[in-house]
Design a protein around this ligand. Structure first.
Ligand SMILES: [Ca+2]
Ligand SMILES: [Ca+2]
Ligand SMILES: [Ca+2]
Ligand SMILES: [Ca+2]
Length: 674
């Protein structure tokens, strides 16, 4: 084996822009660069290495390479290597991204501390490394293609010296807390930023804030949503009466409690994300410009430049429901043409009188060309005569694999052109629904939803598992065999939470379970996709998370992560950070794969609400998946909030899985948009 100091020869043998130009077919093992025992050895070996390794030190991701161009149609973010170093034991746990376009190529990684190569041979089977070697230094990684082409060093690792990145929050004039966070690359540097909604504890005299932060902790901007962002009428039913410029929130502060009215995405594919937010008179942007409108009830959707917090353009919210007052609802993003992202909004208002009437809602898709936000399509539930019911959450996902996204919310699904595909037979309103690849033996994606029973509206079944392509129910939980009528019945019939995740390797496919109040009820327990009950217990039910490195799911609730043991039907606590709190509904402001390898990070707020902390796992994994943020369904999960539900991928990620298919994406700027 050749022994070299890679730092020395990389500098000496810099060959730029000629990747692929090498005709050398040396075997991978002979091209291995491994730790040097001395600098003199390095220089003596340099000439032989030149023929086997081509170092491209000008561009980290070697964006001219064909693998970045010859990809699928969907234009996605140009992410960097995302290298992090998390303090772990006496050393550092390193993890980094395999990018979507790189997946399936002959790629390996070398890990460096300063100029010292740490790994003994290029790492092919994972994207993490535990360094317990002596000394300090800046960590970097280099990708090695085909055993010969070596990309430039990544950016230096972000160091999580205390086990987390800390992002101090800008001082606020009263008690504020972070409700939601949206991850997106605002400035085009390949690293995610966070946009956060900050809501006042005092619900009647302080505005909502929208703020942006970088992962190094620096503050970018604040938009003050203004006097119309909170409900000042404390005598009304604030929970059903959206303030015109409320963002997220719940109760009197901000309208209906599942509202978010914000999303963040690079809609015009210029490499930098925009912030889309519903605004009204009094909203003040980061450059001091203020919206003034004839009526305080006028509502707009503003497009904000993500890097600056300045408004680019604004358009009026559709006027269909004006008679009922301001709309609330949810924002998200979908690729309805299979190539370009569109904003999609589910706009909801509870009808007069007294804001206790029926929910009127519409789904509207919008395109942004860099200058103007224009309506793409609109679906009015009222006009459709449908039994579709809006829910507390939306999902945008390509359920049938044709490359174009569908829009789903609770019991209904719209096609990519904004027409109704189905309403699930017998299903009504429920607080959670999940769509993913739950059964590897079925085509397309599958769904699982739970059902609410409240105020003498009784569900037909407590939960349902269905074919998300057609809306056909496959399995349904059963209620007790009598007609409910009492408040005690309501406690039995109502299911407030439900989750789908692969928690039991003994049964192919995902499991799902609802939070039923009585474990003796016929629909209680854990169920498998084949319709069998696999446990009589109910595990943690809030969120699925990938944390410990295997392909099964862990469970996130509040600030803690648990692992279900199907043999003992008990859970083991894996992670329980101190000094942090979750947001409302035991939900973190954000969780998802935003740094490091494919495992998911968790963003929580300090107990005193002065900072955010981003946690990442330190458990090694021997699995190597492309970054989940390059999976189409998963990435769009970042764009939706509402009640917040589990993120899911559009391939089967679970026990006994096959290799995932290559994502049909191409990185922004790497090919002309069609
Ligand atoms: Ca960025
Ligand atoms: Ca943009
Ligand atoms: Ca589709
Ligand atoms: Ca990660």
């Amino acid at each position: 084996m050749k022994r070299l100091s890679t730092g020395a020869f990389a500098a000496a043998l810099l060959i730029t822009g000629c990747a692929g130009g090498s005709s050398d077919d040396s075997g991978y093992s002979s091209a291995t660069d491994s730790p040097s025992s001395s600098a003199s050895q390095a220089s003596s070996q340099s000439s032989s290495v030149a023929s086997t390794l081509t170092y491209n030190d000008t561009d980290e991701t070697e964006t001219s390479q064909s693998i970045y161009k010859n990809a699928g149609s969907r234009i996605v973010e140009h992410l960097d290597r995302g290298l992090i170093a998390v303090k772990s034991g006496g050393g550092w746990f390193l993890s980094w991204r395999l990018l979507g376009p790189e997946y399936g190529s002959n790629i390996a990684f070398n890990v460096y501390k300063g100029d010292k190569l740490l790994n003994s041979s290029p790492i092919t089977d994972s994207t993490n490394y535990q360094d317990d070697s002596d000394g300090d230094g800046t960590y970097t990684v280099r990708a090695v293609f085909d055993g010969k082409r070596v990309l430039a060093k990544s950016k230096a690792a972000l160091k999580l010296a205390n086990g987390y990145l800390e992002i101090p929050l800008k001082a606020a004039s009263s008690d504020y807390y972070v409700q939601h966070a949206w991850a997106a690359d605002l400035d085009g540097d390949g690293q995610f930023e966070f946009v956060v909604s900050r809501l006042p504890g005092d619900k009647t005299s302080n505005p909502c804030y929208l703020e942006a932060y970088k992962l190094d902790g620096s503050f970018l901007w604040r938009v003050d949503m203004g006097v119309n962002s909170y409900t000042r009428d404390t005598t009304g039913i604030g929970a059903n009466d959206a303030a015109p410029a409320a963002i997220s929130g719940f109760g009197n502060i901000a309208g209906y409690r599942n509202d978010d009215m914000v999303t963040v995405y690079d809609l015009d594919s210029d490499g930098k994300a925009e912030v889309l937010v519903r605004t009204a008179t009094g909203t003040t942007f980061a450059d001091g410009k203020v919206i003034t409108s004839a009526s305080s009830q006028d509502q707009f959707i503003s497009v904000i430049q993500g890097s600056t917090g300045k408004e680019i353009t604004r358009t009026a919210v559709p006027s269909d429901f004006l008679a009922h007052g301001p709309v609330g609802g949810q924002f998200g993003v979908g690729y309805f043409d299979g190539v370009h992202p569109s904003l999609v909004t589910q706009l909801v208002v509870r009808g007069v009188p007294a804001k206790k009437g029926i929910f009127h809602f519409m789904v509207v898709a919008w395109d942004f060309d860099g200058k103007t936000l224009s309506q793409k399509w609109k679906w009015l539930a009222d006009a459709s005569g449908t039994t579709a019911e809006r829910s507390h959450q939306i999902r945008v996902v390509d359920v049938d694999g044709d490359g174009k996204d569908e829009f789903a919310a609770g019991n209904y699904l719209l096609n990519s052109d904004g027409t109704l595909r189905y309403v699930i037979d017998g299903a009504g309103h429920g607080d959670r629904f999940h769509i993913g690849k739950f059964d590897p033996s079925r085509t397309g994606l599958q769904g699982f939803g739970i059902q609410q029973s409240e105020l003498n509206v009784w569900s037909k079944f407590p939960w349902y598992y269905y074919d998300a392509v057609t809306g056909t129910r496959l399995t349904t939980g059963k209620h007790l065999d009598y007609t409910p009528s009492t408040a005690a019945d309501e406690a039995l019939w109502d299911v407030g939470r439900g989750t789908a995740a692969d928690i039991d390797p003994r049964h192919p496919g995902y499991e799902f379970w609802g939070a039923l109040s009585d474990l003796t009820l016929p629909a209680a327990g854990v169920w498998n996709v084949d319709g069998t009950k696999v446990s009589t217990k109910v595990p943690s039910v809030n969120f699925r998370i990938w944390w410990d490195g295997d392909v099964g799911a862990e469970l996130l609730d509040g600030t803690v992560i648990d692992k279900w043991n199907p043999d003992t039907e008990t859970t083991t606590r894996l992670f329980e950070p101190a000094g942090v709190v979750s947001s409302w509904r035991s939900a973190p402001p954000f969780y998802g794969d935003v740094l490091g390898d494919w495992r998911e990070e968790v963003l929580l707020e300090t107990t005193d609400h002065t900072a955010l902390r981003l946690f990442s796992t330190t458990i090694p994994s021997n699995r190597r998946f492309y970054t989940l943020a390059h999976n189409p369904e998963y990435r769009l999960g970042f764009t939706v909030r509402g009640y917040l539900q589990s993120l899911l991928v559009d391939y089967y990620l679970g026990y006994d899985m096959a290799d995932p298919p290559k994502p049909a994406i191409r990185v922004v700027g790497q090919a002309a948009a069609s």
